[in-house]
Design a binder for this molecule. Structure first.
Ligand code: ADP
Ligand code: 5GP
Length: 206
């Protein structure tokens, strides 16, 4: 895959968006935390992924662009994805991001995709959200309505994702208490913004 930059309508490096990548085993609460982040931080923009997975019963139809495999593959051919990966038999991909000017970009994706993002955008920052325990993760998956065979597959895959996620991620946040986890991630985002602003401030003005 060639080098792809995040498309921003602003020419100023100060307005270059942060690229934040939220990873973690299924059922940890990535989607829940991402929704909270968007509600509380107006400068965050969540990329909407494409997937060939069918919608879950009751799932928000806007949570993905749901497509069939040929539609997905045609978009790959067009170079329309920043990254894409196969996860438990379905394809998932992040379209090349087009955030509004001044917004930072949040991706909520699995690990192979996160690796591709870091390869093409080394400034991207990866936050691993981890479950307090496998038992809690299983309870959350069941509570969300995942089928039992799915729960087991996601727990098994989750072990690997935690191990590899710790190698890739720049930050780890345990999602035990939701409020605490959200506040922690917001703090990380704020710290990254301040670090970026400091890099763009001339030394005499610091
Ligand atoms: P993921 O996107 O990581 O697969 P979800 O966001 O779908 O996970 O969360 C899985 C389930 O766990 C959902 O039913 C959600 O409401 C619940 N959940 C998420 N975070 C917490 C938390 N901190 N405490 C209790 N339940 C949670
Ligand atoms: P789910 O089927 O539970 O919605 O998602 C399964 C996994 O795919 C999750 O780990 C989720 O973060 C990941 N995922 C969602 N969108 C994308 C994407 O655009 N690219 C990649 N690589 N993974 C994604």
């Amino acid at each position: 895959m060639g080098r792809i930059s995040v498309q921003s309508s602003s020419p100023s490096p100060l307005a270059d968006p942060l690229l934040l990548v939220l990873v973690g085993p299924g059922g940890t609460g990535k989607g829940t935390v991402a929704r909270q982040l968007l509600e509380r931080d107006e400068a965050l923009w969540l990329s909407r992924s494409w997937t060939t997975r069918p919608p879950r019963p009751g799932e928000d139809p806007d949570s993905y662009v749901f497509v069939d495999r040929s539609g997905f593959e045609a978009h790959v051919e067009r170079g329309g994805f920043l990254e894409w990966a196969e996860f438990l038999g379905h394809l998932y991909g992040t379209p090349v991001p087009t955030p509004p000017s001044g917004s930072d970009v949040l991706l909520e994706i699995e690990l192979d995709g996160a690796r591709q993002v870091v390869d093409v955008v080394p400034e991207a920052r990866v936050i691993l959200l981890s479950p307090p325990s496998e038992e809690v993760q299983a309870t959350r998956l069941r509570g969300r309505g995942d089928a039992e065979d799915h729960v087991q597959r996601r727990i098994d895959k989750g072990r690997l994702e935690l191990r590899e996620g710790r190698e890739l991620a720049h930050f780890e946040v345990v999602n035990d208490d939701l409020e605490q986890a959200v506040v922690e991630v917001l703090g990380i985002v704020e710290g990254l913004r301040q670090a970026k602003a400091a890099r763009h401030t001339p030394p005499e003005e610091r």
